[in-house]
Design a protein around this ligand. Structure first.
Ligand code: ZN
Length: 57
């Protein structure tokens, strides 16, 4: 199954796009996405972070 990552450009944090899991620090939103060939994949929408509203432990 295909997983696509949508990452904010120029964000200050490094987003983990190397895995299909939702392991990124920003807590990506997962949406089902129908692709051009009709197959269904997953869209991981990453959130921009500036470190203030989501302080990492
Ligand atoms: Zn992220």
């Amino acid at each position: 199954m295909t997983t696509l990552h949508v990452v904010p450009i120029g964000d200050q944090v490094d987003h983990d796009t190397s895995t299909a899991d939702v392991d990124c620090v920003c807590g990506p939103e997962v949406r089902p996405a129908t692709q051009a060939d009709g197959s269904v994949g997953w869209l991981l929408v990453h959130h921009s972070l500036d470190g203030r509203e989501h302080a990492s432990p």
